[in-house]
Design a protein around this ligand. Structure first.
Ligand code: HSE
Length: 411
């Protein structure tokens, strides 16, 4: 029997206990021995809950119990999670976590401690909820040089954008529902402003490229400026607005960014809706592969955490190698990246669909040839899709346009 302790009895923590109690026979068989939850740590009390008898409020009880071999950290946030995880590893306990903030910030250090002490620091649930992506990057896609990872990595924002597009729901109503369903972060700004996706692409990029990608150096833009009018233009063009987190390697240059994109129907990420996440990976010999599934929520995330507990149990005194070094990977500024852009331009003459908007000639003079877009029911402005150009050139040209209302990048 292997004893584990669960730190945090919130959405994911209670899910971990539920998953272990739902599928004990198959989990124990796959782990090779019985997995027993010996302690649950939380500041709160849970009267009447089955964990009441194993609930502790003091982390030292867990730390000082040599019978606890695996610590499951599902508290979220950097502190006190970092202190508890580091102490656990130093005390000879493997750690499984869903905490993307912790992994993005302290991953290399915690992996190094685990390596030195012949333990494991596992974090499958930190990216993509229930989708297996950390383990595939670490142990399946090892024949390839990874050239690109582009993903929908935040369930909350994908849920909001899908509801705005399919049901015409307002942003706030869709966010409220995502919170009720247990998808959103405690502070949903982390979802909406792209910070959560930023940490997740930093983790994936570090594993894919082998050196540490600092999340604070990733250009990050959220979906808070996306409006119903943007969605109307996207629908007219038969594109979908998606918050994408992407990293690319082009020869010896590495790019990473998080931003809303217009995704064409020909791309596999176009059809990824609601809380689902998907991660598209391009390898130099494999070509394209995509991982798809439930990206957030209690049981999908808990399923990934428990898969780590099974792996840690199978490798109790053997470190599962990871290719994430503490050497920092230099990122090239996104200004140098080339793409097409969709722009919205205010123009009082744009109401009559039979006539070309008066401002179009000026827009073409600045951006060159492109495609005029008019959305149903939208007046007083028009949309325009530029040719491919660098971000730097695009920003310089935007300054020359009167009535510039906004832009979305095209994938
Ligand atoms: N808030 C996150 C999301 C939870 O919406 O994707 C899963 O990491």
């Amino acid at each position: 029997m292997v004893n584990i302790a669960v730190l945090g009895y919130g959405t994911v923590g209670s899910g971990v206990v539920e998953v272990i109690r739902t599928n004990p026979d198959s989990i124990n068989k796959k782990a090779g021995q019985e997995i027993n939850v010996k302690y649950v740590l939380d500041l709160r009390d849970f009267p009447g809950d089955p964990v009441e008898k194993i609930l502790v409020h003091d982390f030292d009880v867990i730390l000082n119990d040599p019978d606890v071999k695996i610590v499951v950290e599902v508290m979220g946030g950097v502190e006190p999670a970092y202190t508890f995880v580091k102490k656990s590893l130093l005390a000879g306990k493997s750690v499984c976590t869903s905490n993307k903030e912790l992994v993005a910030k302290h991953g290399p250090e915690l992996l190094e401690i685990a390596r030195t002490k012949e333990l494991n620091f596992l974090f499958e649930a930190s990216v993509g909820g229930g989708i297996p992506i950390i383990r595939p990057l670490n142990s399946s896609l090892t024949a390839d040089e990874i050239l690109e990872i582009t993903g929908i990595l935040n369930g909350t924002t994908n849920y909001i954008l899908s509801k705005m597009s399919a049901d015409g729901q307002e942003f706030d109503a869709a966010l409220k529902k995502a919170q009720e369903l247990g998808y959103a972060e405690r502070n949903p700004e982390a979802d909406v402003e792209g910070y959560d996706a930023c940490r997740k692409i930093a983790i994936l990029s570090s594993l894919a490229f082998g050196d540490h990608v600092d999340f604070e150096e990733i250009y990050t833009e959220g979906i808070s400026k996306i409006t119903a009018v943007d969605i109307a233009y996207a629908k007219k063009m038969n594109y979908a607005v998606k918050l994408l987190a992407s990293s690319k390697r082009e020869e010896d240059q590495y790019y990473a960014m998080v931003a809303p994109f217009l995704v064409p129907p020909t791309h596999p990420l176009f059809a990824v809706n609601d809380v689902f996440n998907a991660i598209f990976v391009k390898g130099n010999v494999l070509g394209d592969v995509m991982f798809y599934g439930s990206g957030a929520g209690k049981l999908p995330t808990a399923s990934a955490v428990v898969s780590d507990v099974v792996d840690a149990t199978k490798h109790l005194h053997r470190n599962i190698m990871s290719f994430w070094s503490s050497k920092k990977l230099g990122l090239t500024k996104v200004d140098k990246a080339t793409r097409r852009f969709f722009v919205r331009i205010a123009d009082a003459s744009a109401g009559d669909p039979a006539k070309e908007p008066a401002g179009l000639a000026k827009v073409k003079a600045v951006f060159g040839e492109g495609e005029l877009v008019r959305a149903d029911g939208v007046t007083g402005e028009f949309g325009f899709v530029t040719q491919a150009m660098t971000e730097e050139a695009f920003h310089e040209k935007c300054g020359q346009i009167d009535g510039f209302l906004g832009r979305i990048r095209l994938l």
